[in-house]
Design a protein. Structure first.
Length: 320
C-alpha cells in the first residue's frame, strides 16, 4: 500500500492539514480495498499548535518520513522564514533528511518551505496567488506560475491556495490509479473531480456590469459537441459576442483561453476512453475531437508525457 506521510508543523492550518487524509482515504480499488495509508507526524512527535486556536496531537515523529512514498506538507501561519529564506533548524533538518526520490507535495504557502530547503531550485512551482509576487522575489531561482491550481514536476508538486490542495491530491490519485478511481474518490468527498482553469479565475477583479453575459452556456454546448470541429468564431457566435469580447470574458471566468480549455476537455475525454474502452487510438481521437491519431498523440505527449498506448496499458489494466 502506498504510504502518505503528512508533516504538521507549528502553526499548521487545519483545513489543509485534513485534505490528504480525506482524499486519499476515499481512493479505493474496485473491491473497496484502501489504496493509501495516510499518517500524520510532527518534527519531534509532540503536539503542535494550529493557527485556529487549538492544538493537535499526532502519533508519530518525523522519522516516519523515511518510509513514506509521498510526503505532503500543509501550510503554516505565520511563516517562520528569514528574510533570505532561512528555515528554523528543526524544520530544515527534517526536510534535509527526506530520502532522495520521495514524492514531495506542498499545499498553498508550504511551497515557501520547499523553496527555502532548495527543493524547488530551477523547477516550476506555484503558490497562493496573493503570495506569488513575494514568493518570486524571495526565490528568483524558482519558475513561478501564479495562474495554475497546481504544478506537477514529477517528484515535487506544488499547489495554489487552500482548496487547490484537493485538486492536487485528486490529481495524484488519478496519476497513480487512473481517472475512474479519482472520480470515485471525488464523488465520495462531494467535490468535482477536476476544476476548469487555474487560480486566475479567483483573483479579485472589478465586478462586471450586471448585464454582462456568461460563457457558461457556451461551455456546456461545446462539451456536448467535443467530437466536432469548433472554431473560436463559432464559440463566440453561440455566446452572441464578438470574438474579442468572448475571449476576454472566457479568460476572466475560466482562467484559460477558449482553445486551452477545449483542448483540456478533449484530453479528459480521451483519457476516459483509453481507460474504459478498447477502441482503437484513431477512433478515440475522433470521439474526443482531435480528428486524427497523430493529433491525439502530439497533444497527449505534451500534456501527459506518454503516448496514448502507454497510458492505456498503465491504466486500463488497473481498472479491470
Amino acid at each position: 500500500m502506498h504510504r502518505v506521510a503528512v508533516l504538521a508543523l507549528d502553526g499548521v492550518i487545519p483545513f489543509e492539514l485534513g485534505i490528504p487524509a480525506r482524499i486519499f482515504a476515499a481512493a479505493v480499488g474496485s473491491d473497496g480495498e484502501p489504496l493509501y495509508d495516510v499518517v500524520v507526524c510532527t518534527v519531534d512527535g509532540r503536539p503542535v499548535r494550529t493557527d485556529a486556536g487549538f492544538t493537535i496531537a499526532v502519533d508519530h515523529p518525523a522519522g516516519i518520513l523515511a518510509a513514506a512514498d509521498t510526503i505532503v506538507i500543509p501550510p503554516v501561519h505565520p511563516l517562520e522564514i528569514g528574510p533570505h529564506g532561512q528555515l528554523p533548524e528543526p524544520v530544515a533538518g527534517t526536510l534535509a533528511r527526506i530520502p532522495a526520490g520521495t514524492r514531495i507535495v506542498s499545499i498553498c504557502t508550504a511551497s515557501y518551505l520547499l523553496a527555502a530547503a532548495g527543493l524547488l531550485d530551477g523547477r516550476p512551482a506555484t503558490t497562493h496567488w496573493l503570495e506569488a509576487d513575494r514568493f518570486q522575489r524571495m526565490f528568483p531561482q524558482v519558475k513561478v506560475d501564479p495562474d495554475v491550481l497546481f504544478v506537477d514536476d514529477g517528484d515535487v508538486l506544488t499547489s495554489a491556495g487552500a482548496a487547490s490542495g484537493i485538486d492536487l491530491c485528486l490529481h495524484l490519485v488519478r496519476r497513480d490509479h487512473g481517472s475512474e478511481v479519482a472520480n470515485r474518490a471525488a464523488r465520495r468527498c462531494v467535490v468535482p473531480p477536476w476544476r476548469d482553469g487555474g487560480q486566475a479565475q479567483y483573483i479579485e477583479r472589478p465586478v462586471p456590469p450586471p448585464s454582462a453575459a456568461s460563457t457558461a452556456p457556451t461551455r456546456a454546448w461545446a462539451l456536448e459537441r467535443l467530437p466536432e470541429p469548433m472554431s473560436l468564431a463559432e464559440l463566440a457566435a453561440h455566446a452572441s459576442m464578438s470574438v474579442r469580447t468572448f475571449t476576454r470574458r472566457f479568460r476572466d471566468e475560466v482562467g484559460l483561453t477558449p482553445g486551452q480549455w477545449l483542448t483540456g476537455q478533449r484530453l479528459e475525454r480521451a483519457r476516459h476512453l483509453l481507460e474504459s474502452s478498447d477502441l482503437p487510438i484513431d477512433l478515440v481521437a475522433r470521439q474526443a475531437g482531435f480528428g486524427t491519431g497523430i493529433s491525439l498523440r502530439q497533444h497527449f505527449r505534451t500534456s501527459v508525457g506518454v503516448s496514448p498506448a502507454v497510458y492505456r496499458r498503465t491504466f486500463r489494466a488497473r481498472n479491470r
